[in-house]
Design a protein. Structure first.
Length: 77
């Protein structure tokens, strides 16, 4: 399952995201989407994990405050 995380702090790293989702199950991949011109974070990230763990993580983490920003988390299609 691919999970899209929006409204991330610009300071969030892929490691931060992986660590946040790890308690719910194995994280296969974590990345921060960056602007192709500047290289700065666009405030969006992607996580890949199995469907069961991902579903639980979405329910538990959506709309919580993380690194001073309220995240918006949905299943990526």
């Amino acid at each position: 399952m691919k999970i899209l995380i929006g409204n991330l702090s610009k300071m969030t790293t892929a490691r931060h995201l992986a660590d946040l989702f790890l308690p719910f199950g194995q994280v296969f991949n974590a990345k921060i989407i960056r602007d192709s011109t500047t290289g700065f974070s666009r405030g969006t990230g992607l996580i890949e994990m199995d469907a069961r763990s991902g579903g639980i993580a979405i329910k538990k983490l959506n709309s919580i405050q993380f690194m001073n920003s309220y995240m918006e988390i949905i299943e990526a299609r």
